[in-house]
Write a protein that binds this ligand. Structure first.
Ligand code: ATP
Ligand code: MG
Length: 206
């Protein structure tokens, strides 16, 4: 008898993670549990096309590894960090499709990302390669309207999770670190220790 291969449902959370924060972890847990995913993989960008990072790709990846360490079914992956050239999501999804041929990919984005989605390289291919999961973000309103506009441009049916409210961003954390304010409760203690040790995000650090 032929063995039936079950489809693994993998959440993919890409980002600069500069630094990774508790909001990223809450988001990953929330989507994992709400959609009953087998796993969520955090993938820090190497060289992002649309924004500059503060910490190096290696440091950001190390911090993501520390962040996910205590979590069940949440992993990190360095494929964008080790890849040379610009990090394109479409390439990442193609690589993951090859690496996990029996998986269905759920590409997770926060509401702020919806504003830029239509300018992403080969966005239609991204929609073909993955299910898009759009999650609300505090301070980013009018999500339904923005999604309607995207739906009129592309054939895609995103999953919308609009009850997530966690008011943390990497920008806020970088601003606090620059002023030597505490980041307790905003990033994992292991990440706080790494930032201190490597003297990241303070003016004199680079
Ligand atoms: P920055 O302020 O540097 O942009 P960030 O907090 O937005 O950092 P990113 O690494 O840019 O973190 O985000 C990665 C992904 O996680 C994006 O899809 C983003 O929308 C989502 N995300 C991050 N924080 C939240 C949050 N608090 N609520 C919902 N989504 C979030
Ligand atoms: Mg961001």
């Amino acid at each position: 008898m032929m063995e039936k291969k079950s489809v693994r449902r993998l959440g993919i959370l890409g980002g600069t993670f500069d630094p990774p924060h508790c909001g990223h972890m809450d988001l990953a847990c929330y989507v994992r549990d709400t959609l009953e995913l087998d796993e969520v993989i955090l993938i820090p960008t190497g060289d992002p096309p649309y924004k500059k990072t503060n910490a190096s790709a290696k440091d950001r990846y190390e911090m993501v590894k520390l962040s996910v360490a205590q979590y069940e079914k949440i992993e990190s992956n360095d494929l964008e960090v080790v890849r040379s050239g610009t990090s394109y999501t479409v390439k990442t999804l193609q690589d993951l499709t090859q690496a996990y041929p029996n998986a269905r990919l759920y590409f997770i984005v926060g509401a702020d990302t919806v504003d830029t989605l239509s300018s992403w390289y080969q966005i239609e291919k991204i929609f073909q390669l993955s299910e898009i999961v759009i999650v609300s973000r505090k301070g980013y309103n009018g999500l339904q309207k923005k999604i309607e506009i995207l739906k009129s441009l592309y054939s895609f049916e995103p999953t919308i999770l609009d009850e997530f409210v966690v008011d943390i961003s990497s920008t806020q954390i970088r601003n606090r670190l620059e002023k030597h304010f505490s980041t307790a409760g905003l990033v994992k203690p292991s990440v706080e220790a790494y930032i201190q040790k490597r003297k990241l995000y303070t003016k004199n650090s680079i």
